[in-house]
Design a protein around this ligand. Structure first.
Ligand code: G6P
Ligand code: MN
Length: 437
């Protein structure tokens, strides 16, 4: 494919959009003709249009920017859609975090019952989005960051098994980046083997091609002895990376995904949470306020030198995937794919996160050549069952299945509290959720 690309960003109002677009335009192997900013929130989309147009002018990029709430204009003849929608926005994220906390349970965006509340909104929003995209660009690639990713990918696996979509998460890159920053490694030499569900997995090994061996044991020792270097991280992420060492203190055999802290140390997480001010509040007072301030400054031509958006590793990850598709590069990425035997001692009909080769055919998962250990397998199977029940609840409009899903969630101690939280979420999510009978 040598033609110039049309790319749409779905959920363009997000604070991640400037970094994503700069990654796209700075990529040497991608030639972009037009970027369509699509968001159902007109104000936020317009704000982003002002910021992106400013960045284009400042950097002399020759690319057409369109900002629209109309799906036809957004998606007609696009080659790629990068989706990062957040159904219900930060306002609903705040409820996802605060309602479980009210009952003494983990309140988090993608994990625990907050993640389930978000998932029922997100499946609805995302499947509707896919319908729109396919109406106007049936042949395009969708590269998807929409959370909670395992549940979204499972709903897509069931409804649209043949669509050209790759589900990706940047968290493994985040883990590798902080390890490199802490101990001076260069991860471009690494060949990691990782498996799990999204935000719920483990590294099995990290082969370093420069030194010719698996360096994961060495990395684990360094973290156990020195901890990770949290300098420059925001407050919440600094906490996460500090807790990462605790995960290893207990289970030092494999590098875990940091999100496992919400399941394995749920009680401490709740004790250390502020019921009245959660991550959603931090984002609203931080990343979202920054957008408003930047727009104000651009409109009034003040403090322009303070505008510091730049390409991001979050953006680079998905943009590198696009390049690997277009140029058939067969590069290796973690992606979320149907299992179908790739993890041989886990059921086939689930989606899992694994290293994959990405080429012009899409995503080819690399099968594990070992059985996953019982501890990891047990945790994953319980998580799979609860997430599958939630997806059943969504497609079957089943209150009963939702209650089973909530009860089985590994952050929940009993059915009574599962029901209380579920009923609160039904009330607050209203039409964002499917009807549950
Ligand atoms: C990582 C995860 C994403 C998640 C994000 C939250 O990038 O992979 O899935 O949405 O962190 O970060 P935030 O700063 O929005 O809390
Ligand atoms: Mn993620």
């Amino acid at each position: 494919m040598d033609e110039k690309l049309n790319v749409a960003i779905a959920g363009a109002g997000s604070g991640y959009t400037p970094g994503l677009i700069l990654s796209l335009l700075n990529h040497e192997e991608l030639d972009v003709k037009e970027i369509r900013l699509y968001d159902i929130d007109k104000d936020r989309n317009e704000d982003m249009n002002i910021i992106i147009s400013y960045l284009m002018k400042k950097n002399n990029y020759d690319v057409n920017i369109i900002s629209t709430e109309n799906p036809e204009k957004a998606f007609k003849d696009v080659n790629f859609v990068f989706s990062q929608i957040r159904a219900g926005g930060m306002k609903m994220r705040e409820f996802d975090e605060k309602i479980p906390l009210k009952y003494g349970l983990v309140g988090q965006e993608t994990c625990g019952l907050g993640g389930f509340s978000y998932a029922l909104r997100s499946m609805k929003g995302f499947l509707e989005l896919i319908d729109k995209i396919h109406k106007y660009a049936p042949d395009c690639w969708i590269l998807n960051y929409t959370n909670p990713e395992t549940i979204i990918a499972e709903s897509v696996r069931r409804k649209y098994p043949d669509f050209k979509i790759i589900n990706a998460c940047d968290m493994t890159i985040g883990i590798e980046d902080i390890i490199c920053k802490s101990f001076g490694y260069d991860r471009t030499n690494w060949i990691p083997v990782y498996y799990g569900l999204n935000h719920f997995g483990w590294y099995q090994s990290i082969y370093d091609s420069k030194v010719g061996k698996d360096i994961m044991p060495e990395i684990i020792n360094k973290i156990l002895n020195e901890g990770l270097n949290v300098e420059g991280e925001d407050k919440s992420w600094a906490k996460t990376w500090t807790n990462y060492k605790t995960l290893l203190d207990y289970f030092p055999d494999y590098l875990p995904n940091n999100y496992l802290e919400y399941y394995l140390f749920s009680e401490q997480i709740v004790v250390n949470s502020n019921k009245n001010y959660t991550r959603a509040n931090e984002i609203m007072d931080g990343r979202l306020k920054k957008i408003k301030d930047t727009v104000y400054n651009i409109k009034n031509e003040i403090n322009l030198e303070q505008i510091d958006y730049e390409s991001s590793s979050h953006g680079n990850y998905i943009v590198d995937m696009a390049a690997s598709i277009i140029h058939n590069k067969n590069e290796r990425f973690m992606a979320i794919v149907p299992n179908n035997g790739a993890i041989k001692n886990l059921r086939d009909d689930v989606v899992v996160e694994l290293p994959c080769y990405i080429n012009s055919k899409g995503c080819e998962p690399i099968s594990l050549r070992f059985d996953i250990p019982d501890f990891q397998k047990g945790l994953m199977e319980s998580q799979v069952a609860s997430e599958k029940l939630l997806v059943d609840a969504f497609f079957e409009n089943s209150y009963y299945k939702a209650l089973q899903a909530f009860t089985l969630n590994q952050t929940v101690p009993n059915a009574k509290v599962a029901k209380l939280v579920l009923d609160d979420f039904i009330e607050i999510n209203k039409d964002y959720w499917p009807e549950l009978n």
